[in-house]
Ligand binder design. Structure first.
Ligand SMILES: [Zn+2]
Length: 444
């Protein structure tokens, strides 16, 4: 009896020891995420709420409407997404978007347009586009079949000649930067930001702990200043106008989901929208599954929801109307800025120049003669740090103001604004505008 008791005692000590070890391991693995859950993120929430109370609508100077939306996102048409309009549209509405330019991966070499979703859906403009495997995105905006075997440069030329849009995406990778035809490049892409040293395991643990309540802060953990890409953009702009835009590269595909097929079997879908298994539902499934959502999913553990992507970073375009051609024309002209919307809604932000009579002489993206630019102005709905950048160098900085003015003394150059919000005692990048191109009058 004594021996049995002894063995039981030893065993229970071993089990207790193991449990303690597991618990310590769990704390080590998830400790920083719990700290974020109970301390850091609630503090951020409070700071953001306090910031939002400081909203002051800037008086509208730029004589165009402002539309915000998404360039570079994927739907079911791409092999690595299952996104359908029933889940895309509510997310876009929730994020208050006006437009979505999709960049679905092509099926084979021949690529027909229009296809998939296109048109106005409940007030939101949707334009189909293609993302090629070698880093460009095109929206032909016409009925056409593109033959990708012609090569990227030819396709870009063809699309631009027919009045479409051509963008360089994933700009961390090599591109033919001297191509004379492309209009714009990503100056921020969530996917690019993911690649620059982020470790996947801590991100997943943090999403598991905080994804439900603080998904926007989990997403913000990804953010790094895209120094090299911005430097490249500035240097390219010395040669010709290359517009900067933001990409969310939304796929809604980093998740584990399940749904019933028509034959009542269950399809489990994992990361990158790949099927894990198709099987008859067992007791496990029956216990786990809830009511189907709008897209038919009865179970989901998701990270990159459409809303989280759509609300992360937007491109704002100043345009006369909400049509695909008007948005394209104004984007190509550079009448656009990007904003990290999950920090604060940037609608109302403006950057423009005035002449010596204090009349508006240009807006972001415009090329203006230096004789017509007496001062540059920026206006923000929240108090920010304004940084003025000329040809890639910070030349002025003012903190904690809603309005900014700078006398350029007729100095030519490409002037752009970076506006940052105060978060946790640090100025955090919020808005990046396209430049105003001030050029020297030569016909004197
Ligand atoms: Zn993409």
């Amino acid at each position: 009896m004594k021996t049995i008791k002894k063995i039981v005692r030893i065993f229970s000590r071993i089990i207790l020891g193991l449990l303690i070890l597991i618990f310590i391991g769990f704390l080590i693995l998830t400790g920083s995420s719990w700290k974020r859950h109970f301390i850091t993120y609630p503090r951020f929430e409070k700071q953001r709420a306090d910031l939002w109370k400081k909203y002051k609508k800037p008086s509208k100077v730029i004589p165009l409407k402002e539309y915000k939306g998404i360039l570079h996102a994927h739907t079911y048409w791409s092999h690595d997404s299952r996104g359908i309009i029933e889940e895309i549209l509510p997310a876009a509405k929730h994020a208050k978007l006006d437009f979505l330019f999709f960049s679905d991966h092509p099926h084979g070499k021949l690529d027909s347009f229009p296809r998939s979703y296109h048109g106005i859906y409940d007030g939101i403009l949707i334009e189909p586009g293609t993302e090629s495997s070698d880093g460009c995105m095109v929206c032909p905006m016409d009925s056409v079949v593109l033959d990708w075997s012609k090569g990227q440069d030819s396709i870009i030329k063809e699309v631009v000649d027919m009045g479409g849009l051509a963008l360089y995406v994933h700009t961390e990778k090599p591109h033919n930067w001297d191509n004379p035809d492309y209009h714009a490049m990503e100056i921020y892409n969530i996917h690019t930001d993911m690649l620059d040293g982020e470790k996947l395991a801590p991100l997943i643990i943090n999403f598991t702990v905080n994804g439900k309540k603080f998904r926007h802060w989990c997403f913000r953990e990804l953010y790094d200043e895209q120094t090299e890409i911005l430097a490249n953009w500035d240097s390219l702009n010395k040669k010709r106008k290359i517009v900067g835009m933001a990409a969310v590269d939304a796929h809604n595909n980093q998740n584990i989901r399940a749904r019933y097929l028509d034959d009542r079997r269950v399809e489990w879908v994992g990361p990158n929208a790949e099927t894990i298994s198709v099987k008859k539902p067992g007791i496990f499934e029956k216990l786990l599954f809830g009511k189907p959502d709008a897209a038919g999913w009865v179970f989901k553990f998701d990270v990159d929801t459409y809303f989280a992507s759509f609300n992360y970073v937007n491109t704002h375009i100043f345009s006369d109307t909400l049509t695909n051609k008007a948005l394209k024309n104004h984007l190509v002209n550079g009448n656009a800025f990007i904003a990290f919307e999950n920090l604060a809604n940037a609608t109302g932000f403006q950057f423009y120049s005035t002449d010596s009579d204090n009349h508006i002489s240009g807006i972001l993206g415009d090329s203006v003669q230096n004789s017509s630019v007496s001062a540059l102005h920026a206006a923000s709905p929240f108090p920010v740090e304004f940084k003025l950048i000329r040809d890639g160098k910070v030349i002025d900085k003012v903190e904690n103001v809603y309005n900014y003015e700078y006398n350029i003394h007729s100095e030519p150059g490409n002037y752009r604004i970076v506006a940052s919000l105060m978060l946790d005692k640090k100025w955090t990048t919020w808005v990046q505008t396209n430049p105003i191109y001030v050029f020297e009058e030569t016909n004197k």
